[in-house]
Each structure stands twice: as structure tokens, then as C-alpha cells.
Design a protein around this ligand. Structure first.
Ligand SMILES: Cc1cc2nc3c(=O)[nH]c(=O)nc-3n(C[C@H](O)[C@H](O)[C@H](O)COP(=O)(O)OP(=O)(O)OC[C@H]3O[C@@H](n4cnc5c(N)ncnc54)[C@H](O)[C@@H]3O)c2cc1C
Length: 408
């Protein structure tokens, strides 16, 4: 197990500087345009693919960094560039992780390359779990997958919503109910291959922020996929369902808590995205406060402004430390006895919302216009307290973990 460290090693610093260069030279200059266009920034994704930032290999390398700092460092730099564009670059990773976590070696080898495409023909993937009536309450999911044994096919019906890259993805990973009696343990994940009949994009959402990231409904109307598209395979599913039924008989709570542990490990990555956005806004505000003069002196000479900057920086550093700690715990298999993953996401996302608002205040009228980037960063930051579990859900998970009561 790697010791927890707050110091990046030389190799990590090199990767960080390389990512920062891409974020500063390619992502940030394109941010305002793609925010206004509210479209997927395909040319930027293609640039990322050309230099090796848009590939599973790159993220796998960061993920398996035993210090745990690889992923948070990468997320912070890319989202420092711009949250909407960065989500378009890393959003495919959500679906890829779904396949890596549950798929067989053959499924991983077949589908992940099709999720990314290549630098000449980039593709994206979507992970579709949320539904109109199943957001925080995942167990109330309704999309149904029924096995047609005669044809060895699964038939999926339902409507998914808020899917990042939904409908424009080459490969969709869809979570569906296979046994309604078992709540979230009766769910399974399916690959929907490119061009499958019955899958269509519903409404594309016009959003408050991260507008360069495509978010849409995905409608599944008698979608038929081969048996081989069930992630992990039928035998493993049957065994898992049998175990879940048995555990449910013994006392369902243990089943639910096991599911929560998975989220603990992935939440620090979202915290790191929030740190990136917060740091970007803080840097703009610091620069502005030292150059903008009113009453014959830079506005930072007023304690009211200076103290805000001190608080902003303190919160950002504290958020990063929580994120790094949780990432290190996840990679090294340390149990999240105080829901440290949720803590990091909660604190970092609330920090991003607050700091970007403070940045607008420090820039005054300019901060409120689209001439300066903090207005966009503030709109972008609002997503962090919503997706991958809202702040209320994080608090609920932390409180219940501390109290030792079941998470429902
Ligand atoms: C831009 C964007 C991208 C997304 N991308 C994806 C994606 O790629 N794939 C995917 O599957 N999903 C995605 N989501 C969905 C996202 O994960 C959900 O929006 C989120 O889980 C919250 O669910 P909800 O919107 O239904 O809110 P609800 O669950 O309806 O919550 C509404 C409010 O009630 C509060 N609340 C709910 N239950 C409790 C409780 N028990 N205690 C206290 N407060 C509670 C919430 O905190 C929130 O404030 C995305 C969402 C957005 C906006």
C-alpha cells in the first residue's frame, strides 16, 4: 500500500504540466464558444484524442497510480480549463468504467475501443441509469430488461433521462431492472451496440451550465440485444441474483450498504472536477483584485475583498486534501468508515458553487457579464452539487455511515 502523500512526484508533475498546457492552450480558449453553441465540441475531443488524453489507456494509467493522485490531478487540470468541454472529454469514462467494473474480458475488449473510436473518427459513450422517476432513488428504476430464452436476446423498454452523451453515443450502457423484487440489487447493465433499432434520443436538455456537454433522454422501445450484451454474462447474473435473494432473506440492509461503497470510490473524481472549476474562478478573481483600482488603489487592498480571497483559497485547498485522501483510500482499498468519498464530493462541490459566486462579486459588473469567464464557471459549478449524488444525498450517506445505520 502506498503511503498517503501530499506531494506529486516528478512523473506526476510532468503529466500535470502537460494536462495544464492542453487545458490552457486548447480547452480554455474554446470554452466560451462551445458554451454558447451548446453542442458537443467534437474538434476539441479530437485534439485530445490526438495527444493521448482521450483514451482508456490514459485514464487507466492514472487510475492505477498507487498514490491515488493520478485521477484527481487529471480531473482538476482538465476542469480548470472548462467544465463543459472537460465533461465531453471524460464523460465516455462513465460508460467505460461501467463495462470495466462488470464486463467480461471479451466485453471489455470488444466495446471499450468502440466507445472512444480513434483520433481520425472519435466516438463517445453514454451511461444511462437515471430516469424521470428514479434520480436519487435509484431503486425505483422502471426500465425493464426481459430475457427471451428462445432467441438468447434481452428486450429492453423504458426511458432514461439526463444521460451525458445520450443519443449521440456510439455505445450506450443501460442499467435496467431484471428482478423488480430486489431493488437496486435486481438491476443489471447492458451494452446497446451502435445502430441498434429501438434506441432513440428523446429531448435534448438546454442547461444552466456545462452547456458544451450533451445531456438528453434516451428512449428504449423494444430494444433487442444479444445475450452477450449483458455485462458479466447470464451465469454470473443468475448467481448474483440468487445471492441477493438469500441476503435479502437474511436482512436486506447489508445488500444496500455494499452498493454504496462503489459510489464512495468514484465520488472523489467529481470532487476533483469541482476543485478545478473553483481554482479557475479563484485565479481570475485574484488577478482582477490585484489589477482593478478603485478609490486610487487595487481593490485587494480592501480587507473585505482580501478576506474573501483568503477564504476562497483556504476552502479550495481543504477540498483538494479531502479529495486526495479519499482517492488514496479508494486505490489502496481502505474502508470508507466515515464515508470519506462522499465527504470529499460534498465539500468540494459546495466549495465550487460558493467560490465561483465570490469570484463574480470580486469582479463586480464585469463578473456578471460573459466578457469574463467567472459567470460561466458559476453556472458550471452548480452541477457538482447535483450529479453523482446530490449534496443532500452525500450528507445522508455520511450521517448514516457515522451513526452506523443502514443507507436507504
Ligand atoms: C447535466 C447532468 C448530467 C447528468 N449525467 C448523467 C448520466 O450521464 N447518467 C445518469 O444516469 N444520470 C445523469 N444525471 C442525473 C443525475 O445523477 C441526477 O440528476 C441526480 O442523481 C439527482 O436526481 P434527480 O435530478 O432526480 O433529483 P431528485 O432525486 O428528484 O432530488 C430533488 C431534490 O430532492 C433532494 N432529495 C431527494 N431525496 C432526498 C433525501 N432522501 N433526503 C434529502 N433530500 C433528498 C435532492 O437532494 C434534490 O435537492 C445527470 C444530471 C445532470 C443534470
Amino acid at each position: 500500500m502506498a503511503e498517503f502523500t501530499m506531494e506529486l512526484n516528478d512523473e506526476q508533475k510532468e503529466v500535470r504540466d502537460w494536462l495544464h498546457g492542453f487545458a490552457a492552450d486548447v480547452i480554455r480558449p474554446a470554452a466560451a464558444e462551445w458554451d454558447e453553441r451548446e453542442e458537443t465540441p467534437w474538434p476539441v475531443i479530437q485534439e485530445a484524442a490526438k495527444v493521448g488524453i482521450y483514451s482508456l489507456d490514459f485514464y487507466a494509467q492514472q487510475y492505477f497510480d498507487p498514490t491515488g493522485l493520478g485521477i484527481p490531478m487529471a480531473m482538476e487540470e482538465l476542469f480548470w480549463g472548462d467544465a463543459g468541454i472537460a465533461l465531453s472529454i471524460v464523460g465516455t469514462g462513465l460508460a467505460a468504467v461501467g463495462v470495466l467494473a462488470n464486463g467480461t474480458e471479451e466485453q471489455i475488449g470488444t466495446w471499450i475501443p468502440q466507445m472512444y473510436g480513434d483520433a481520425n473518427d472519435v466516438k463517445v459513450a453514454a451511461f444511462c441509469s437515471s430516469e424521470p422517476d428514479a434520480g436519487s432513488d435509484v431503486a425505483s428504476m422502471r426500465t425493464r430488461a426481459v430475457y427471451d430464452e428462445a432467441k438468447d436476446e434481452w428486450v429492453l423498454n423504458g426511458t432514461k433521462t439526463w444521460a451525458t452523451n445520450g443519443g449521440i453515443a456510439n455505445v450506450h450502457v443501460v442499467v435496467a431492472v431484471v428482478d423488480p423484487e430486489l431493488g437496486s440489487k435486481g438491476h443489471a447493465s447492458f451494452i446497446i451496440p451502435p445502430g441498434t433499432e429501438g434506441l432513440s434520443q428523446g429531448q435534448k436538455f438546454k442547461k444552466h451550465g456545462i452547456r458544451a456537454s450533451h445531456t438528453a433522454e434516451v428512449v428504449l422501445d423494444n430494444v433487442r440485444v444479444p445475450g452477450s450484451c449483458l455485462l458479466g454474462g447470464k451465469e454470473k447474473l443468475d448467481e448474483r441474483l440468487a445471492r441477493a435473494r438469500e441476503k435479502a432473506r437474511q436482512g436486506g440492509e447489508r445488500v444496500k450498504n455494499a452498493a454504496m461503497a462503489t459510489f464512495e470510490a468514484s465520488r472523489p473524481a467529481v470532487g476533483a472536477m469541482a476543485v478545478g472549476t473553483a481554482r479557475a474562478a479563484y485565479e481570475v478573481a485574484l488577478d482582477y483584485a490585484t489589477t482593478r483600482e478603485q478609490f486610487g488603489r487595487p481593490i485587494v487592498d480592501n480587507q473585505g475583498v482580501a478576506f474573501q480571497l483568503a477564504d476562497m483559497r483556504t476552502s479550495i485547498d481543504a477540498a483538494r486534501l479531502l479529495v486526495w485522501r479519499a482517492s488514496w483510500m479508494a486505490v489502496n482499498g481502505k474502508p470508507f468508515t466515515a464515508a470519506e468519498g462522499s465527504m470529499s464530493k460534498l465539500f468540494a462541490s459546495e466549495t465550487a458553487k460558493k467560490v465561483t459566486g465570490q469570484a463574480i462579486q470580486i469582479l463586480g459588473g464585469n463578473g456578471y457579464t460573459r466578457e469574463y469567464p467567472v459567470e460561466r464557471m458559476h453556472r458550471d459549478a452548480a452541477i457538482y452539487t447535483i450529479f453523482e449524488g446530490t449534496s443532500e444525498i452525500q450528507r445522508l450517506v455520511i450521517a448514516r455511515t457515522l451513526a452506523g445505520v443502514p443507507i436507504r
